[in-house]
Each structure stands twice: as C-alpha cells, then as structure tokens.
Design a binder for this molecule. Structure first.
Ligand SMILES: Cc1cc2nc3c(=O)[nH]c(=O)nc-3n(C[C@H](O)[C@H](O)[C@H](O)COP(=O)(O)O)c2cc1C
Length: 184
C-alpha cells in the first residue's frame, strides 16, 4: 500500500466529563509521531447531538483504513451511543481492521471489548486480538494525561498498532476484489 493510512479514532463514551477524553488524548499523543498515519476523530456525541451529521460521519468512516475504538465499560457492556454510531452505517466498516483501547473499573473494559468483537464480526470487520486495557483507569493517569506506567501501556498500544497497520495495508489492497465489493 502507499505509505499513508487513515485511522479513525473512535470515542466510546458521550458522557459530559467523560474519562474517555483522557484516554483518547493519550492515544492521539502516541500516534502523533507515527509516520504515514493520519488520525481522524469520530465522536458518537456529535451523532447523538447533531443527527444531521450522519452523512459526514459515514464519509469519515468510509475514508478510514482502520479504527481504534476507545471504550469504557458500563454494566459489563459498551455504551449505547457507541452502538448507535456503529449502526449508523454498514459498508464503510467492511474489510477493515479494528483495534481496542478499553478502560473501566476492575475489568478494564475487557467485557465491553469482547462484545464489540461480535458486533464488528457482523460488519465484516477484523478485530485485533491485542488491545490496551486500563483497569481502575482513573488512578492510572497523571495530571498531564499520561499513564503512570507509560512503557507497558505504550508497548501494548504499539503491538496492537503494528498488527492493525499490517491488516489495514493488506485489506486496503484486497477491498475492491470479491467478495467485498458487494458484501451482504
Ligand atoms: C452505571 C455505571 C456502570 C459501570 N459499570 C462498570 C462495569 O461493568 N465494569 C467496569 O469495569 N466499570 C464500570 N463502570 C466504571 C466506568 O467504566 C467508568 O466510570 C468510566 O470512567 C466510564 O467512562 P467515561 O467516564 O468515559 O464515561 C461503571 C460506571 C457506571 C457509572
């Protein structure tokens, strides 16, 4: 593939005062120096508050080669607004890789991630086995918004990213070829 790719970085929470901002900002700061990667933010809060943006959001998802979903866990699941965003389009998800950064209480959001894998399978998307999970997340970030244990978090993120980029490059070439030009 060409040496440039677009990653859609997706917020999972729409709550006012969401911790999601801290985690998204950290991921963004880590991806900032990644060569050949452009990051676009996708926020389900925008879709919820301004439904007329649905077409523009669909276009953003269409133009992305890969996604990283930053999701919390609420009652053992991912937030409803994230599902609204995912359900707002269909083909733009096809044959693209999805990685996860999760956070929450004791589970670190892993149960939400496991459920999202089922959802993305229905959309012909490929989820990355490797993810980043922050258990009891609010105690893990310093005042600057960096994880206290930065290196292990970075190592997990970049392992996932390396594989995400491989899938993105591979699927970008393959997407126009059967059976994904008209996936049902
Ligand atoms: C109603 C409610 C249910 C929650 N359920 C879980 C849960 O099942 N597992 C978990 O790990 N954390 C749980 N949490 C903790 C949230 O994941 C945590 O508050 C997180 O910061 C929420 O994300 P946000 O601040 O970005 O909205 C729950 C929090 C609330 C308020």
């Amino acid at each position: 593939m060409s040496d440039s790719m677009t990653i859609g970085l997706i917020y999972g929470s729409i709550r006012q005062g969401r911790f999601c901002d801290t985690v998204v900002n950290w991921v963004l700061s880590e991806l900032w120096a990644e060569s050949g990667v452009r990051v676009v933010l996708v926020d389900p809060r925008v879709l919820r508050e301004q439904p007329e943006t649905a077409d523009a959001i669909k276009q953003t998802i269409e133009e992305a080669d890969a996604f990283i979903v930053v999701t919390p866990e609420y009652n053992h699941a991912y937030p409803g607004a994230l599902k609204e965003l995912i359900d707002s389009c269909y083909e733009p998800w096809h044959a693209k890789p999805v990685g996860f950064v999760s956070y929450g209480g004791i589970s670190g959001g892993l149960r939400a991630v496991e459920q999202l894998r089922l959802v993305f399978a229905e959309l012909h998307a490929v989820t990355m086995r490797d993810s980043v999970a922050f258990a009891n997340a609010w105690a893990l970030f310093d005042a600057q918004g960096n994880p206290f244990k930065l290196e292990p978090a970075r190592a997990s993120l970049f392992l996932m990213l390396r594989r995400l980029k491989w899938w993105a490059a591979t699927l970008k070439k393959a997407r126009d070829v059967r059976p994904y030009e008209q996936a049902a």
